[in-house]
Design a protein around this ligand. Structure first.
Ligand code: FPP
Length: 240
């Protein structure tokens, strides 16, 4: 059987997006600092990346830090920023070697210059890679994105009042322009909500909720989510 035929039969999602949740609870259960849950969570990001490449997923994205997360205690915010910075430094070579394109989406204004610098370097170095596009949402929220898109659109329309903006055109104003909408959205730790993530882009995503805490979510869990996705009947509001 050809690989293509097997993939068609398995119905591999093009874009899998993940709300990583439960790091704090994972750490508390072990009597550790919350930060240790985030450190363990980075290993889950790595495991899912390997599994996504193996399975032929083309886009893998993670909600790493929301606009609301800026309101966490200062110590947790700075250790999360440090962890993300160090993880990017560590994985830079892997992205280049494995043919992974790296993208960060979010409100850059609150990120420091060192963080913006490393993001720009990795994005530039990996821009022609095509095996997998790895997207980190940092300082992102769905409402922020829709608002900034609406502002850009309003400015464009003031200059070109004759313009008729379609849904597809509006998508091009979003910070996720060029990234296909998620086919599958996974949230770990038993919570079943969208938490101001990709509000516009998940209009027809399949949702997969699992009680597994993020640091415990590894390759087998990722593959189980893909198996479940393959069974879903996506009708997009139509009758089949
Ligand atoms: C949610 O758990 C997790 C986060 C807010 C941060 C996740 C970020 C990472 C693991 C870093 C990944 C970065 C790179 C560069 C790979 P929580 O703290 O809300 O857990 P709780 O609900 O149990 O308190």
């Amino acid at each position: 059987m050809t690989k293509l035929l097997m993939e068609t039969e398995k119905r591999i999602p093009t874009h899998v997006s993940i709300i990583m949740d439960g790091n704090g609870r994972w750490a508390r259960e072990r009597g550790m600092e919350r930060t240790m849950g985030h450190v363990a969570g980075v290993e889950s990001v790595r495991a899912c990346t390997v599994a996504a490449i193996e399975e032929g997923v083309k886009y893998l994205s993670f909600f790493a830090f929301s606009e609301e997360n800026w309101n966490r205690p200062e110590g947790e915010v700075s250790s999360l920023m440090k962890l993300m910075f160090e993880s990017m430094q560590k994985e830079f070579e892997m992205f280049v070697r494995e043919g992974v394109r790296f993208i960060v989406v979010g409100d850059r204004e609150k990120l420091g210059s060192a963080m913006c610098g490393i993001i720009d370097n990795i994005m530039e170095a990996t821009k022609n890679n095509s095996k997998l596009t790895f997207v980190l949402f940092i300082s992102y929220s769905g409402k922020w994105d829709i608002l900034q898109a609406a502002k850009k659109m309003a400015a464009d329309m003031a200059a070109h009042p004759e313009k008729n903006v379609s849904e597809a055109d509006f998508g091009n104003y979003l910070a996720t322009a060029g990234i296909p909408d998620p086919d599958l959205l996974i949230r770990t730790s038993g919570e079943q909500r969208i938490s101001n993530y990709l509000l516009w882009q998940t209009a027809y995503s399949e949702f997969y909720f699992t009680p597994v805490l993020w640091p415990d979510f590894r390759e087998a869990d990722f593959k189980a989510a893909l198996e479940e996705y393959a069974k879903r009947d996506r009708r997009y509001g139509k009758v089949k």
